[in-house]
Write a protein that binds this ligand. Structure first.
Ligand SMILES: *Cc1c(COP(=O)(O)O)cnc(C)c1O
Length: 381
């Protein structure tokens, strides 16, 4: 076994395929599977293949580099990216048949130059800011932006393949920003049409909106977190039938007795108030385990021998200590940091709550030295 299985990330590709099928069925429109940030920590190329196999018509990444890496790995399907800086290699993206996104007239000018360089007609999607105030053309610029986009189309630089935007509060279904953004998106679409644009793909919804706002589905939905089986809007969704694809496992490096009054890990944050046993888990923030998972108060838990065991004291760079409550498993015993709820282990959502963050960050940041292993469970076969 590599590195004696000190610790590893197990990714269930069958879960990704089943989740995509489920989302595709639930939304009833084409699915754009978002595989940015190394597939939210699940491995971009493998996740992308599984998403395609599950029926995703499109893939999306943030950067051109990510999209080019998918092409280099053999992906030939529809593929969108959306985050660039001045001087980006648009010609390479255009030559690879990648849909690029423009936020501004300046970007459209760069894309035109890229299309000339590539000697090809680009595929361009236009992103409008409907209220997130992050990327996308601000409302005041829409008219000029669409006009330039149409002129480029007439000049043969590109085909405008999509118009899209992104929600700020989709995970809070009752937030008034959702209705406002959807209304503004309709305005943008009307304006684009007036400018003569006829995009095939109008899209607004991320996972949470794909699930919770039927009116926001338009021609496609862009799902990331739900593809990996995590709840996009905890507290607002019913059981969606999604299966978390990631399990993080380690093996106990050591088990020892503590006496009442013994304190644990850097800063002695936690002191045993009774005799107990503790296990040393050989992963830490160097492996992407959040230091915010530290005990004593609301630390995260791990699964050992079918029981949930709390982290005690600070998470270190390479190791954490868990309270085994008097049990004495052998060194080498399996520890599950998080995995699917059906396995009876803590979930990424549990870790997010313990760490004061969201499940996205838990799975995306985990990694470091841990190798990934891909499996195909029986899920959804
Ligand atoms: C990351 C991202 C998504 C996917 O969001 P989820 O909430 O993970 O479904 C969709 N659209 C854009 C623009 C994104 O940056």
């Amino acid at each position: 076994m590599p590195a004696a299985n000190r610790a590893e990330i197990v990714v269930d590709l069958a879960a990704i395929r089943a989740n995509v099928r489920r989302l595709r069925e639930l939304a009833g429109v084409p699915l754009i599977a978002v595989v940015k940030a190394d597939g939210y920590g699940h491995g971009m190329v493998e996740s992308a293949r599984a998403a395609r196999d599950g029926g995703a018509e499109w893939l999306a990444t943030a950067t051109i580099d990510e999209a080019l890496a998918l092409r280099a790995a053999g992906d030939r399907g529809r593929l969108l990216c959306w985050l660039t800086v001045p001087g980006e290699d648009y010609a390479a993206a255009i030559a690879a048949g990648i849909d690029v996104t423009a936020y501004s007239v300046a970007e459209l000018d760069e894309i035109a130059a890229g299309a000339t360089e590539a000697g090809l007609r680009a595929r361009v999607q236009l992103k409008v800011d409907t209220g997130l105030s992050r990327g996308g053309a601000p409302r005041a610029d829409w008219a000029a932006f669409f006009e330039r986009a149409r002129a480029g189309e007439l000049a043969g630089s590109w085909k405008v393949t999509g118009v899209w935007s992104h929600f700020a509060c989709a995970d809070e279904p009752d937030h008034p920003a959702n209705d406002q953004q959807e209304a503004r998106f309709h305005e943008a679409l009307a304006l684009a049409e007036e400018a003569g644009l006829r995009p095939d793909l109008r899209h607004l919804a991320n996972s949470a909106a794909a699930v919770l706002r039927p009116g926001a589905r338009f021609d496609a939905v862009r799902c990331g977190i739900a593809v990996y089986g995590l709840d996009p809007a905890p507290g607002h969704t019913q059981d969606l039938g999604l299966v978390p694809a990631m399990t993080v496992r380690a093996r106990l490096a050591m088990v020892k007795d503590l006496a009442a009054g013994d304190s644990v890990s850097y800063g002695h944050l936690w002191t045993a108030d009774r005799p107990t046993t503790v296990g040393l888990v050989p992963v830490g923030y160097g492996d992407g385990v959040p230091r915010h998972a530290s005990g004593p108060h609301h630390g995260a838990e791990v699964g050992v021998g079918g029981k949930r065991r709390p982290i005690r004291g600070r998470v270190c760079m390479d190791q954490v200590v868990v309270d085994l409550g008097g049990d004495r498993p052998d060194a080498g015993e399996a520890v599950v940091l998080f995995g699917p709820p059906a396995a009876g282990v803590p979930t990424a959502q549990d870790w997010a709550e313990a760490c004061g963050t969201i499940n996205y960050e838990i799975v995306t940041r985990i990694g470091g030295r841990m190798p990934r292993r891909y499996v195909d469970s029986e899920v959804g076969r």
